[in-house]
Design a protein around this ligand. Structure first.
Ligand SMILES: [Zn+2]
Ligand SMILES: [Zn+2]
Length: 128
């Protein structure tokens, strides 16, 4: 059992299984939606996700004919990525919305060819 939420806490959910896989998606749409170099999603069976509160604040953006992206209308946190017409039994959940991420092992990489130009820039830690 795992739990998750959006940033403001309006949307709460629980997850009754470990994910089928975890992926970094470097596609342009994930970069835009997340405002980040890539989006990291954990894929679950739809039946393993139960919303506990705030489902009325979940909004859907259809980013292409098949893809639905769901987010909190109050705080903007991305929650779901799904293709209901093609894989109605699966849903990808934004990994960092989950409270326990200790299950993460191997991470698949998707759409690496469109990755951000600065992805491999050297980093300098400034916050400690
Ligand atoms: Zn929220
Ligand atoms: Zn993507």
């Amino acid at each position: 059992m795992n739990t998750g939420s959006c940033l403001c806490g309006e949307i709460q959910f629980k997850v009754s299984a470990t994910p089928q896989k975890v992926s970094h998606c470097h596609c342009f749409m994930c970069q835009k939606q997340h405002g980040a170099a890539f989006a990291t999603y954990a894929r679950f069976k739809r039946v393993d996700i139960t919303y506990l509160s705030g489902i009325e604040s979940l909004r859907t953006y259809r980013s292409s004919a098949e893809v639905e992206r769901k987010f909190c209308m109050l705080c903007g946190s991305n929650i779901e990525w799904a293709m209901p017409a093609i894989m109605s039994d699966c849903v990808a959940i934004a990994l960092a919305s989950l409270d326990d991420q200790s299950f993460v092992g191997e991470i698949k990489v998707l759409h690496r060819q469109s990755s951000a130009q600065w992805l491999d820039a050297s980093c300098v830690i400034e916050d400690d």
